[in-house]
Design a protein around this ligand. Structure first.
Ligand code: ATP
Length: 361
């Protein structure tokens, strides 16, 4: 296993890129710690697969280095990198049995028969296939075949990393949860470095210890699910994580107050140095509440019942704002909205600004 370092990395699919816009991956430095379980999350086209292919060696970056531990592997072919990969669609040998498919990577590396037998049986148990080990893969459902691909990706214990590229796309929805849980178990049992690419926030947040969020070819934040929720480093993280995402309001920040465009004042949880650029405050719908008095004027437009809470969509001085209210609390007729000051984040040109005393205890 190895720490994976991306040094001064950038990639353009064009031979002669002219501007930053020509780069699918903008210049970045990033470290994937040995044994970490990471999700690489972002919207379609943000560069996730490009980044994964650079790590696996399917693609040579146009700039920068890839290090496995201290070894520079930037130009090394995939076969030399000692990694396992699981793709979006199953890659199985139809004419082989499930057992032989799972054993393939181990036989290739000359492992002995008794080790192969016990390891294959262990993996088969984890993916729920021990009863069909001797069946040919041909004729199995896409779902079952993808489970074989997952199993084969995890069968080797000596890999530097396991890379998953949207591995659960073809899996039945109710199986997804189970397989993700099994992947997590495998991670805690064997400690492999795992990088799991997805555009689905639920998948990312339930799989990973650290979620790496990409936007337009950049890593905009790496953090725990809680950090992404509480302190999104970029407005994209605010929008993308959460359902619905964060509310943003244009503001002018003065010390521990934000002045909204309509002239209303919002109390902030910290004191801010003068902030330049396009300044906004970001408030999660979960950190806003409807009240009878105080706060700011709010007009309810629609109330949606979403299980354990209600989502109230409305307007604050002409701007759309979403509020999450607990089940059982009457909201109809509440004319104002209040925000929890310590939960408000401040952004300048989309990047989060920390209050002066943040981190000081
Ligand atoms: N082989 C290629 N040649 C030229 N451009 C490419 C190639 N592969 C990807 N791109 C472009 O690079 C950018 C990043 O694509 P990439 O596939 O890495 O994104 P992604 O986040 O994995 O998206 P998706 O989830 O849709 O697979 C996109 O603008 C895409 O059009």
């Amino acid at each position: 296993m190895a720490r994976i370092t991306l040094q001064n990395l950038a990639h353009s699919y064009l031979r002669h890129p002219r501007s930053e816009a020509d780069f699918a991956l903008k210049q970045m430095d990033h470290v994937w710690q040995d044994g970490g379980a990471y999700a690489l999350l972002g919207a379609s086209g943000c560069g996730k697969t490009t980044l994964l292919n650079i790590i696996s060696g399917l693609l040579i970056p146009s700039q920068g280095k890839v290090l496995f531990g201290d070894r520079d592997v930037t130009g090394a072919p995939t076969a030399e990198r000692n990694i396992a990969q699981v793709f979006q669609f199953p890659v199985v040998y139809d004419t082989m049995t499930v057992r032989d498919n799972l054993a393939f990577p181990l036989r290739n590396r000359g492992k002995d028969a008794s080790y192969i037998k016990s390891r294959v049986e262990q993996i088969a148990r984890m993916i729920g296939m021990e009863s069909i080990l001797n069946r040919k893969a041909q004729g199995l459902t896409a779902d079952a075949k993808q489970k074989i691909s997952l199993g084969r990706g995890m069968v080797r214990e000596d890999v530097n990393a396991i890379l998953f590229d949207e591995p659960l796309t073809v899996i039945d929805p109710h199986m997804k949860w189970e397989l993700r849980t099994q992947l997590r178990q495998l991670h805690s049992q064997f400690g492999h470095t795992m990088i799991y690419v997805t555009h689905d926030q639920t998948e990312a947040l339930t799989f990973a210890q650290q979620v790496v969020v990409m936007h337009e070819g950049r890593v905009v934040q790496m953090g725990t699910p809680e950090e992404l929720f509480e302190k999104p480093a970029h407005s994209f993280v605010g929008y993308f994580i959460g359902s619905p995402g964060m509310n943003f309001l244009d503001a002018e920040v003065r010390g521990d107050r934000a002045l909204l465009a309509g002239g209303e004042t919002v109390e902030l949880g910290g004191h801010y140095a003068p902030v330049a650029g396009r300044v906004q405050i970001g408030i999660r719908p979960e950190h806003a509440t409807l009240v009878a008095s105080g706060g700011l004027p709010f007009a309810i437009r629609r109330i949606e019942d979403v299980g354990r809470h209600r989502l109230v969509r409305g307007e604050l001085m002409g701007r759309a704002l979403n509020v999450v209210m607990p089940e059982g609390v009457p909201v109809e007729g509440l004319p104002r909205v209040a925000f929890a000051p310590h939960k408000i984040n401040v952004y300048a040109d989309d990047w989060r600004i920390a209050p002066e005393q943040e981190g000081a205890s």
